[in-house]
Write a protein that binds this ligand. Structure first.
Ligand SMILES: C[S@@+](CC[C@H](N)C(=O)[O-])C[C@H]1O[C@@H](n2cnc3c(N)ncnc32)[C@H](O)[C@@H]1O
Length: 261
């Protein structure tokens, strides 16, 4: 699974958009040519699934992108077209789907950070690293739907917890969770780049390789000496962590830990 992480870190440093266009263009042309030369006629639906399959194979084997890109190529466009052809839904359903995705994933084209959640093991390992006998303040940068913060607040109620999230729907789900649970946690709809890190003893991030160099610079400028900067899965290029903890979760993730000088 470390292999998977390496694939991701490698792939996102290259121009992903260009690769995606190449995959789409290549798969559409190949599917079209195959449709012309095959001895039996194929329907539009078959052609689209064929294109999806070709794109998924090219994404994984030719461009060495992580496996979820293959799943997206295989399922998204063919699935959408199949729904259009077979379900006959009114057009506003697709608009509603698009708006829901926008609200859930925020400006993902800009941040290059999708929504995926820390595993149960990441939460329990993080809890072990936190002080048991004194108060502390922790922030989750890009807190998603607030699960990590709410679980930590339940496990270690003497801490103060803060979540920062730009995607609208996950942020409001988090706020609702905090309200209903009555726990010592707070969520804000804000960009991590606007948020001051100087008041925290622990800063946790589970983002993507893209923001890590900039985030490290911010952490170094703002975090106080002795505080911990913890990144789930994504290392800071060229900066050796003080400690690494391998998690035995579904993705074989690693927690990278730096103590601020
Ligand atoms: C991989 S999820 C992690 C969710 C949660 N921290 C967890 O560990 O379960 C990353 C989240 O960061 C959010 N995000 C990405 N860039 C951000 C930014 N610049 N400011 C605030 N949130 C951001 C995304 O919307 C996404 O919900």
């Amino acid at each position: 699974m470390l292999h998977q992480t390496e694939r991701y870190q490698h792939s996102t440093s290259e121009p992903l958009l260009k690769k995606t266009f190449a995959i789409l263009l290549g798969s559409v042309l190949t599917a079209y040519l195959m449709g012309m030369v095959l001895p039996w006629p194929i329907t539009l639906l078959h052609a689209v699934w064929l294109q999806g399959l070709l794109a998924a194979l090219a994404s994984y084997y030719l461009f060495h992108l992580p496996v979820w890109w293959a799943a997206i190529h295989l399922l998204f466009f063919p699935g959408l077209l199949s729904a259009i052809v077979t379900l006959n839904l009114p057009a506003y359903w697709y608009l509603a789907g698009f708006i829901t995705l926008m609200l859930f994933f925020g400006r993902i084209h800009h941040t290059r950070v999708p929504l995926f959640l820390s595993s149960r093991e990441a939460v329990s390992t993080l809890a072990e690293l936190l002080p048991k006998d004194c108060r502390f303040k922790l922030v989750d940068l890009g807190s998603g739907c607030g699960g990590l913060i709410c679980k930590l607040a339940r496990m270690l109620p003497h801490g103060r917890y803060h979540g920062i999230e730009t995607a609208v729907l996950p942020c409001w789900i988090s706020k609702l969770r905090a309200l209903l649970s009555g726990q010592n946690c707070r969520f804000e709809w804000e960009s991590i780049w606007q948020h001051d890190l100087s008041g925290y003893d622990v800063v946790y991030a589970y983002l993507s390789p893209v923001p890590m160099p900039r985030l490290w610079e911010k952490a170094r400028r703002e975090m106080h000496p002795g505080s911990l900067f913890i990144s789930n899965t994504f290392a800071v290029p060229g900066v050796m962590p003080d400690r690494c903890i391998r998690l035995h979760d579904f993705s074989g993730a690693v927690l990278y830990i730096w103590q601020m000088p």
